[in-house]
Design a protein around this ligand. Structure first.
Ligand SMILES: [Zn+2]
Length: 143
């Protein structure tokens, strides 16, 4: 019994020293894991060997990142992914607010690219950009 326990401890210690300094789990790991799970479920129906290879590659990247000792490189990757996602989320939020705003239309100034919020009035109008003072016409189809 004691002997058994001792070998268990040795295995555990070896595992600990193996895992020491490894990068482990971050948001990118969850993302890759989620994508490969979603693809795996899709492939139950599609049964494409190409997709299966993609699943293996994504899983391999997730596993290699997990065991990586290069903390700096992995956290840099994770930061890029996190920033891309927050940018996407912000864009989606902006899109939703603008879509919900039935009183205004949102137009980009052709000169300075500033987004202007204009009253939604049907027809063709001329607008002056408050940012660069250039004049441009806006057409509203729907009231
Ligand atoms: Zn402008």
């Amino acid at each position: 019994m004691i002997k058994q326990g001792g070998s268990d401890m040795r295995f555990f210690n070896r595992l600990l020293s193996f895992m020491k300094g490894r990068y482990g789990i971050d948001e990118t790991f969850y993302l890759l894991f989620g994508i490969s799970c979603a693809f795996a479920i899709a492939n139950l129906f599609l049964r494409l060997w190409q997709l299966q290879i993609v699943i293996y590659i994504i899983s391999a990247i997730a596993i290699l990142r997990f065991f990586s000792r290069n903390y700096t490189a992995r956290s840099r990757e994770n930061k890029i992914i996190a920033e891309a996602f927050s940018g996407l989320r912000n864009r989606f939020r902006t899109y939703k607010t603008r879509k919900a705003d039935k009183m205004h239309i949102y137009k980009k100034c052709p000169n300075c690219k500033a987004v202007l919020r204009l009253p939604r009035r049907k027809g063709k109008h001329t607008t002056v950009c408050p940012n660069c003072h250039s004049e441009f016409s806006v057409r509203v189809f729907k009231q």
